[in-house]
Structure formats: structure tokens, C-alpha cells
Write a protein that binds this ligand. Structure first.
Ligand SMILES: Nc1ncnc2c1ncn2[C@@H]1O[C@H](COP(=O)(O)OP(=O)(O)O)[C@@H](O)[C@H]1O
Ligand SMILES: [Mg+2]
Length: 253
């Protein structure tokens, strides 16, 4: 038995909000097997981003444990955690977060430089080809479409050969066709063994994953394996409705 890529137990995260403490996560358990593509869905404010940030070592939880391939993140001091993020985790953001002054190639190579390693031009070229941008390595982000920029960002996330790629709404800023390209790319990577955890609010995006986990008010309330978009949409509609009812009930107090 090998450890799952991600194992999360009793994860809690509390923020000190202006109107008092906010419990963004209230005891989340989650296993993501190696090579799986997992989607996380839930109404706005249900804790998706907080969960992703805790799982990726970007935020320290209030309670509970996160293990990355058997490594307990809470046992690491900040320099070691930073090293783990640089070497073992890839991150894809909704707004791409490419550096505008750097070419696609230079953006892809940046995580290696930040880790004190030299770039490897063959690897960069292979990654560019893998994301369908073999001819675009010398372009700057401003010369690329949104979908192309996000594919550069995916290549950048892969350059260190991370154990897990985390993506927070990676298609949220894309038109439908570009979104499908990026999702197809993520699916292809997962089929080749890359573990991926993606937050999305789009049932079609979630249908590319092997499993969908539904969050509501800081708790995992449901899961669907081999999710069909229609089933995901139905489940989400129920969750959003009950979240709105709860918010209205609070507002009416
Ligand atoms: N830095 C923060 N400070 C205070 N409250 C926060 C902070 N980040 C998130 N929250 C709160 O935690 C809850 C979950 O937020 P988040 O994880 O961003 O949800 P989602 O990504 O599902 O929309 C929300 O109530 C949000 O307002
Ligand atoms: Mg979010």
C-alpha cells in the first residue's frame, strides 16, 4: 500500500473576520489517490480556496493534518515548507499569474530558477510542446490569448515534476473553447499519472475529473465518482439553494 498523494484529516481553519471568527473549514477529511484528478465544488464561501491553500502548504490550518505523499506538512518549519512548495507542488491560478516581462519559456523556467536550478531548454521545449505551444516559447503573455497563457501556466506548474498540481478556478477567466482546451490538457496529464486537485464552480469542468467532492459551509457533504456534468449541476443547485436559505435566515435574525 502506498500513501495517497494527499491525505487530509480533521482539517479546521478559522479566520479572524471583522464580524468575529469565521470557520472556513470545520473538520474536512479527504484522500486523493496518486494519479487521480479530483475536483472540489461548493457554493461561494464554502471553503474551497481555503482547503486548496491548506492542502498546498500555502496556509497553516488551525487544526488537523495534511500529508503530501506521507510528509506531514505541520511538521515542517516555514523554510522547509517553502522548499516543499517549490519542489513538490505546482499551482495554477485563475488569472494565470504569468510575469508580463518574461517570455513563455522564461515563465516556465522560473520555478527552477527560484529553486536555484538552471533551466533545461530541452525540458522547456518538451513542456511547450505538451501544452500545444511549441511555436510560442518566445512570446510574452501579452502576445498570447487567455487560453494560451493558461497553458503556459500549466507548463510552469509542471516544470519541477510536482507530486500534485493544484488549480483554483483554472478556467474561470477563459471563454468556453479555451476552457475546454485547458481541461482536456489537465485530463491528459492525469491520464499520464499526474495528480491534480482543481477547484471549480463549473459542472462541465468538474466532469473532466475522476471524482468531485462537494463542500458546504466548511464540510465535505457529498462525493461523486466519474461525475457527469448534469449530475454535478443538480447536486450544486441543491447546495447553492440551501446555502442561500441559510444566509437569508442569518440576515433575517
Ligand atoms: N483571509 C481571510 N480572512 C477572513 N475570512 C476569510 C479569509 N479567507 C476566507 N475567509 C472566509 O472563509 C470562508 C471560506 O472562504 P473561501 O475558502 O475563499 O471560500 P470559496 O473559495 O469556497 O468561495 C468565507 O466565509 C470567507 O469569507
Ligand atoms: Mg474561492
Amino acid at each position: 500500500m502506498t500513501a495517497p498523494a494527499i491525505r487530509i484529516r480533521r482539517l479546521r481553519c478559522r479566520f479572524d473576520g471583522e464580524g468575529g471568527p469565521v470557520d472556513a473549514l470545520r473538520g474536512v477529511d479527504l484522500d486523493v489517490p496518486r494519479g487521480a484528478f479530483a475536483a472540489i465544488m461548493g457554493p461561494s464561501g464554502s471553503g474551497k480556496t481555503t482547503l486548496l491553500h491548506c492542502a498546498a502548504g500555502l496556509r497553516t490550518p488551525t487544526e488537523g493534518t495534511v500529508e503530501l505523499d506521507g510528509t506531514d506538512l505541520s511538521a515542517l518549519d516555514e523554510p522547509r515548507l517553502a522548499e516543499l512548495r517549490r519542489q513538490r507542488i505546482g499551482f495554477v491560478f485563475q488569472q494565470f499569474n504569468l510575469l508580463p516581462a518574461l517570455t513563455a519559456e522564461e515563465n516556465i523556467e522560473l520555478p527552477l530558477r527560484l529553486d536555484g536550478r538552471g533551466p533545461d531548454s530541452q525540458r522547456t521545449a518538451a513542456l511547450l510542446a505538451q501544452v500545444g505551444l511549441a511555436q510560442r516559447g518566445g512570446h510574452r503573455p501579452g502576445q498570447l490569448s487567455g487560453g494560451q497563457q493558461q497553458r503556459v501556466a500549466v507548463a510552469r506548474a509542471l516544470v519541477t515534476d510536482p507530486e500534485v498540481v493544484f488549480a483554483d478556478e483554472p478556467t474561470g477567466a477563459l471563454d468556453i473553447r479555451s476552457a475546454r482546451e485547458v481541461l482536456g490538457l489537465l485530463r491528459h496529464l492525469a491520464d499520464r499519472g499526474q495528480t491534480i486537485v482543481m477547484v471549480t464552480h463549473d459542472p462541465v469542468a468538474a466532469s473532466y475529473a475522476d471524482a468531485v467532492l462537494f463542500l458546504a459551509d466548511g464540510l465535505v457533504v457529498d462525493q461523486l465518482a466519474s461525475p457527469a456534468a448534469a449530475a454535478v449541476a443538480n447536486r450544486m443547485a441543491v447546495l447553492v439553494e440551501s446555502a442561500e436559505r441559510a444566509a437569508n435566515a442569518v440576515g433575517a435574525r
